[in-house]
Design a protein around this ligand. Structure first.
Ligand code: SDX
Length: 440
């Protein structure tokens, strides 16, 4: 698959007077890479790149990012077009199959999502044994991993039918998320309904109650579709790379996704959306004094990062943040609510846009900066925000996992290292070890 994109250009490398020519690869949108697949066997050298800042782990036809221009597209379609014109289910299908569904394909995919909406009744008892304040992401990760026990056939023949595998997981994770919330509230579970769309069903499972029926608001359903689409994939981010690495050992889909959920939980990654709202609430309680946070973010001796700002790839703006910011105004207007946190968020963005520290480091609001405002307006509690991120990212994870399994060039992921520990040394018998040996 890679060799189709190998150009006739090469990069010249000179090591200890020896010249090496390394092939140049050019992707379909013009990204360029030096192919170092034979570097170690040809030169005895490896590369070192902590955090993989400059390292491509794979070729992929799913998502394209241009960090300098703030471009994001799924299978060639711009995120702006998809967010404005599609449903989350259509985009999930697009990510998995590489094309938008025909009406028949959409109907079948939606039928499968409905068919797989329940979880095994035995799994529901799992909720009774989590502590009351259990973290929803920990529940989600363990429940998803447990799914492989209830559907062993998915382990035996993982690629039997990707539509069944994907819809089973996309539908059940939605149910697990809603049940997690209901259990945390001590409320009766609301089961999925066959007559509701994916997002409407989720909202109904979250907020319907025997004593207060939930009135489904089409504008809120539209906003939820949009926000899930914006989260649906993002090339080789930390959690997607985790799904690929775990899956590369031929681990089943559910266990691979469970690992991705754990990675997403991190406050530097998907956990940031919850941290943003906690920061905004803190600023609100200190009468809008965000200066303290700005000062801490700029203080090199303070590890604090202004959550919701900055991105490894986007160095101009995160296109998703702009779309979510606009959706915030629409949702709050629809629901006739005003949220002082939105005003604080906008003010914080305005200040950073004119602050040299943030400008020099290309720090702009990312996808996590405004998303929590919408979730709050819908009634979703902040400890469920990262679960919402996982709900959105799920089709992308599955598509990336499958792309890797389908890749004829695929190898188990096994990075190398440069050892900097003690040189090899003889062992001193215990009885002769009168004093602590040096650690270096
Ligand atoms: C997501 O990868 C993806 O695609 C992720 C994601 C997806 O869809 O999967 O987009 C989702 O995870 C979004 C990011 C959410 N995380 C946060 O909002 C946490 C706050 N952000 C930072 O921790 C940081 O910006 C990262 C983790 C997002 C990116 O970190 P990098 O690329 O390693 O950046 P860096 O540490 O090299 O920073 C460069 C400079 C440093 O300053 P100097 O040492 O050069 O002086 O910018 C500074 C950093 O200290 N910096 C920040 C900052 N982010 C970077 N300073 C203050 N506040 C911040 N938020």
């Amino acid at each position: 698959m890679i060799d189709k994109f190998t150009t006739d250009k090469t990069a010249e490398l000179v090591i200890e007077g020896q010249k090496y020519s390394l092939p140049i690869i050019e992707g379909s949108e013009g990204e360029k890479a030096i192919d170092i697949r034979n570097l170690r066997q040809d030169t005895g050298y490896i590369t070192l790149d902590k955090g993989y800042m400059n390292t491509g782990s794979c070729t992929s036809g799913i998502t394209y990012l241009d960090g300098a221009k703030g471009i994001l597209s799924y299978r060639g379609y711009s995120i702006e077009d998809l967010a404005e014109n599609c449903s989350f289910v259509e985009v999930a299908y697009l990510l998995l199959h590489g094309h938008l569904p025909t009406d028949d394909e959409y109907q079948h995919f939606s039928y499968l999502l409905g068919r797989f909406a329940l979880i095994h009744e035995d799994m529901i008892h799992f909720f009774d044994h989590f502590p009351p304040n259990a973290a929803p992401m920990a529940i989600l990760s363990s429940m998803v991993n447990s799914l492989s026990n209830f559907y062993p056939e998915m382990t035996e023949n993982p690629l039997e039918d990707i539509d069944i595998m994907a819809t089973r997981l996309i539908s059940k994770v939605r149910t697990i998320a809603a049940f997690t919330y209901k259990k945390s509230m001590g409320s009766p579970l609301v089961y999925p309904r066959h007559d509701l769309s994916y997002c409407a069903n989720f909202l109904n499972m979250m907020f319907d109650s025997p004593v207060k029926p939930y009135a489904i608001n089409d504008d809120v359903v539209r906003a939820l579709n949009k926000i899930l689409i914006l989260h649906a994939d993002h090339e080789q981010n930390c959690s997607t790379s985790t799904v690929r690495l775990v899956g590369s050992a031929r681990v089943n889909l559910y266990a691979s996704i469970s690992a991705g959920i754990s990675a997403l939980w991190g406050p530097l990654h998907g956990g940031a959306n919850q941290a943003v709202v906690e920061m905004l609430e803190d600023i609100y309680e200190s009468d809008g004094d965000y200066q303290n946070y700005i000062n801490r973010a700029k203080d090199p001796s303070d590890p604090f990062r202004l959550v919701g700002f900055g991105h490894r790839v986007y160095k101009s703006h995160d296109p998703r943040s702009r779309i979510i910011k606009a959706a915030c105004d629409e949702v709050l207007d629809t629901l006739k609510v005003s949220d002082p946190l939105l005003d604080i968020a906008k003010e914080l963005e305005e200040v950073t846009l004119n602050d040299e520290f943030f400008i020099e480091r290309n720090l702009y609001p990312n996808v996590d900066f405004y998303s929590g405002i919408i979730y709050r307006a819908i009634g979703i509690p902040s400890n469920m925000f990262t679960v919402m991120f996982a709900l959105g990212r799920l089709p992308g994870w599955i598509a990336q996992w499958k792309e890797m399994w389908d890749d004829p060039d695929w190898r188990i992921g096994r990075p190398r290292q440069i050892y900097i520990g003690p040189k090899r040394r003889p062992l001193t018998p215990k009885e002769e070890r009168k004093k602590r040996e040096s650690d270096t």
